[in-house]
Design a protein. Structure first.
Length: 601
């Protein structure tokens, strides 16, 4: 690439209007050959609309765009010959196997027979999907479908690659391997434009663009974007970080505070004044102030500082607001917590689930205490969702035992369903129903009626921040709003146990932070929260973490304990480093076990 090379992707005042809504507003950008350009922005910022216009799928209202030198309006056919586009919606054939889907896309893109076998084998190996090549796409988990969709797009090497949140719901090991593939494509001169909700992924791009309300607020290298940060970051670490955050968030002026597991981040313009004020407030609250330290802002800090003020005003509701608390008395979970009742909310002993010859869950055992936030981690296909479905009474175990809220998962599944809330990977909503209709539907399932249903409906709408949108179709809501609506529907009946299966997948950082504030509030009220996630920083928000791999439990403990166990230097590793090291250690263990019989023979 040279300074005079024509860009592989170019947008000039690109605009798209839907009725009264300007989804993309005079956007201009250029991506050079061999460059990876990342676009980040809140839900509804215009990221997907931008990619669809560049792919020639959507006609711009005004402005123009070119891909590999071809105009997207007048030369749409030529554009499609020079790019690959991966949308957020799966373009897979559920009745075909993984291998058959890949062969279909190889035919579609005209990949020569001699090249396709090697290419397919490389992609399956990079994504850990070789053992599943004969499995039908329709039976895959959400994360595995995402991986298959991505490698279908990568079956050939186009001049331009447009990827719309390609690793949404994909585990850290596979994401790392994906990025190795993307780097190889860029080295060969391919231009890549990618949207992502993962801030660590955005930091891997050559340049980044921040998009909000259809406008490109800033674009440049990571260092340039970080220089846009207003204010400085102070951090503190404490086992009572949630209490500290609550005090600072409610009473500290001139600074914003966010909690990340056992750490609190404060963004302020005057660090010395903010620290002094924070120490005073904490002492008044009976909390001994820990040590404050200055920290370099992360890309997420920059993102939140630029987007957060507006979104904070839009999302002021709290499930602890007295006007929004259940009018029928305290929640069962909070009553139980105040009474001093303790013990496990969930117990599992040698739980196993077999599908044909495939052992999805293999004799796992653990317990979750009442009021605990329990993180359940693992690569795609490891058995997380299968475990949750058994615990929720949706799937019968092949063997083993388990109890949820005191009820047996094998013999009392209907009782369990009455005492839990469940939020699946796809938010469990009916998109052709309105917000109010979804709430009434779930209220009816949980046996709510009359005045009680009306009060709970008002509570749910306010908690989700959807007042005034009761008659809006769910399909038109942003991912963040759908997420909050799904949570509201899951807790309408005030369950003491809440199962969240990748609840923040594909949600922007501002919405994700707010969502975790709500989870903390529920846990403080005594609700037990069982959550799966692929955001490794979210794993640190949990009280304890369990790691499942190939159906087996391979590690369990607090985030600090797992980090300490995996520590190789003077500083604690990141949770992503812990995750990858534990997976790789188990792979080596399995390889050694396979070699021993050969050595004996």
């Amino acid at each position: 690439m040279t300074a005079t090379s024509p860009p592989a992707i170019e947008a000039r005042n690109l605009t798209r209007v839907f009725g009264d809504n300007t989804a993309v507003d005079h956007l201009s950008l250029a991506v050079q050959k061999g460059e990876i350009f990342g676009i980040v922005g809140p839900d509804g910022a215009g990221k997907t609309t931008t990619l669809r216009m560049l792919a020639g799928i959507l006609e711009p209202t005004s402005g123009s765009a070119a891909v590999d030198g071809f105009d997207t309006r007048t030369q749409a056919f030529a554009v499609k010959e020079h790019l690959a586009y991966m949308s957020q919606r799966f373009g897979l054939y559920p009745d075909l196997t993984i291998l058959e889907n890949l062969l279909f896309y190889a035919d579609l893109y005209g990949v020569p027979p001699k090249e396709r076998n090697e290419r397919i084998d490389t992609l399956l190996g990079a994504t850990q999907m070789r053992p599943f090549r004969q499995r039908r796409a329709g039976t895959l988990s959400g994360g595995m479908k995402q991986k298959l969709q991505l490698i279908c797009a990568l079956i050939h090497t186009p001049a331009v690659l447009l990827l719309d949140e390609p690793t949404n719901g994909v585990d850290p090991v596979s994401r790392r391997d994906f990025w190795r593939i993307l780097y190889d494509i860029a080295k060969q001169g391919g231009a890549i434009l990618v949207t992502t909700a993962y801030m660590d992924e955005a930091e891997r791009c050559d340049r980044i663009g921040l998009l909000d309300r259809g406008r490109l607020l800033a674009a440049g290298t990571l260092s340039r974007i970080k220089n846009l940060m207003e204010g400085e970051v102070l951090t503190l670490q404490s086992p009572v970080a949630r209490k500290i955050h609550q005090v600072l968030n409610d009473r500290l002026e001139g600074a914003s505070a966010n909690v990340f597991g056992d750490r609190v981040h404060m963004v302020c313009t005057d660090p010395e004044a903010a620290e002094a004020a924070a120490r005073t407030l904490l002492r008044e609250a009976g909390l001994e102030p820990p040590e404050f330290q200055k920290a370099a802002p992360s890309l997420e800090d920059v993102f939140v500082s630029m987007m957060g003020d507006r979104q904070t005003q839009e999302n002021k509701t709290s499930i602890e607001d007295p006007d929004l608390l259940p009018p029928d008395g305290e929640s069962p979970a909070l009553t139980e917590k105040k009474s001093g009742s303790r013990g496990p909310a969930v117990t599992v002993d040698d739980l196993t689930r077999v599908f044909g010859n495939f052992r999805a869950v293999d004799r796992i055992s653990f317990s979750v205490q009442k009021g605990e936030i329990f993180g359940f981690l693992g690569p795609n296909g490891a058995g997380k969702s299968t475990t949750i479905r058994m615990l929720c009474g949706l799937l019968s175990p092949s063997s083993g035992r388990g109890r949820v809220a005191g009820f047996d998962i094998g013999t009392q599944p209907e009782k369990i369903k009455q005492h839990i809330g469940y939020m699946s990977q796809k938010f469990s909503l009916y998109e052709d129903l309105t917000v109010g209709e979804n709430i009434r539907f779930y209220g009816g399932i949980y046996g709510l009626a009359g005045k009680q249903m009306a009060r709970r409906r008002d509570w749910a709408v306010a908690m989700a921040g959807l007042a005034g949108h009761e008659n809006s179709l769910t399909a038109v809501l942003s991912a963040g709003w759908k997420q909050r609506l799904a949570l509201a529907c899951a807790i309408l009946h005030e369950p003491p146990i809440l199962f969240l299966d990748e609840p923040t997948s594909g949600v922007d950082p501002v919405s994700r932070r707010r969502f975790w504030d709500m989870i903390y509030q529920m846990a403080d009220q005594g609700v037990t929260v069982f959550v799966t996630t692929h955001y490794m920083e979210e794993a640190e928000y949990c009280d304890r973490i369990a790691l499942i791999y190939r159906g087996k439990m391979i590690a369990m403990g607090t985030p600090v304990a797992l980090k300490t166990r995996s520590m190789t230097g003077q500083t604690l590793p990141s949770m992503e480093e812990v995750f990858i090291s534990l997976i790789e250690a188990d792979d080596r263990k399995q390889q050694d076990a396979r070699r021993k019989p050969e050595a004996v023979s």
